[in-house]
Design a protein around this ligand. Structure first.
Ligand code: PGA
Length: 250
């Protein structure tokens, strides 16, 4: 059985002081859980947030990294820098990075290779925009992203990946994919992994749904057969909301 993995994506929210205050509140509500739970916070918060969460088994990750291991890239953060902080994950290819920072499938592919080399588990984000869905192209768009993003990566690495299906039209819009739409695409992603690799890899890889996940819809989404967790933006910023999402199943 795949263990569910529920991760908060804090985007560019909270100062370190606010992150630590969040951790203190979160720890009082969090009773441990059968699910894997984590947060991808801004770089500047990682160390203090890890300290504040010590002893809880809550994972901490980053939201981006450069594909080069070092170099003259002002303002960037490398995989060795993240690995030194012992991050558990790094989100790679989030649609906001693709949209506002010109990330392409090619750069996503390079980042994934570097993450693997430094033992950082990627949370690879894929998903179509509204026009692509309206045009009936959502499956071909996601298939192309997966094929390009995972090019030359080995099956032994992919089985440890987390893939997040995040339809762009559902991110931060309050408009969630229906459980049927989310399940249909997550099953399609698993099948694409089977085509690109094999059945065992497709069975092991964990596939999250992301896009306006809230306490009210977490259960119906995460109980779908091919949905192994959630990547949660807005609703991960308040401890009480995120706790309700983690405890969706009781
Ligand atoms: P949202 O963001 O939950 O605020 O829609 C999800 C994400 O971008 O990962």
């Amino acid at each position: 059985m795949r263990r569910k993995v529920i991760v908060g994506n804090w985007k560019m929210y909270k100062t370190t002081r606010e992150a630590v205050a969040f951790a203190e509140e979160f720890k009082m509500l969090f009773s441990g859980n059968e699910h894997e739970v984590g947060f991808c916070c801004p770089f500047t918060q990682i160390t203090e947030f890890q300290k504040a969460l010590a002893g809880t088994q809550v994972s901490v990750g980053a939201q981006n990294m450069h594909f080069e291991e070092e170099g003259a890239y002002t303002g960037e953060i490398s995989a060795p820098m993240l690995s030194e902080l012992k991050v558990d994950y790094c989100i790679i290819g989030h649609s906001e990075r693709r949209q506002y920072f010109n990330e392409t499938d090619e750069s996503v592919n390079l980042k994934l290779k570097t993450a693997v080399k430094h033992h950082i588990t990627p949370i690879l984000c894929v998903g179509e925009n509204l026009k692509q869905r309206d045009d009936g192209k959502e499956f071909s768009v996601v298939k192309e992203q997966l094929t390009e993003d995972l090019k030359d990566l080995k099956s032994g690495d992919i089985s440890k990946f987390i893939i997040a299906y995040e339809p762009i039209w559902a991110i931060g819009t309050g408009r969630t994919a229906s459980p049927e739409q989310a399940q249909e695409m997550c099953a399609f992603i698993r099948n694409t992994i089977k085509e690109l690799y094999d059945e065992a890899v497709a069975y092991s890889v964990r596939i999250q749904y992301g896009g306006s996940v809230k306490p009210a819809n977490a259960a119906e989404l995460m109980t779908q057969a091919d949905i192994d967790g959630a990547l949660v933006g807005g609703a991960s910023l308040k401890p009480e909301d995120f706790i309700k999402i983690i405890e969706y199943g009781g």
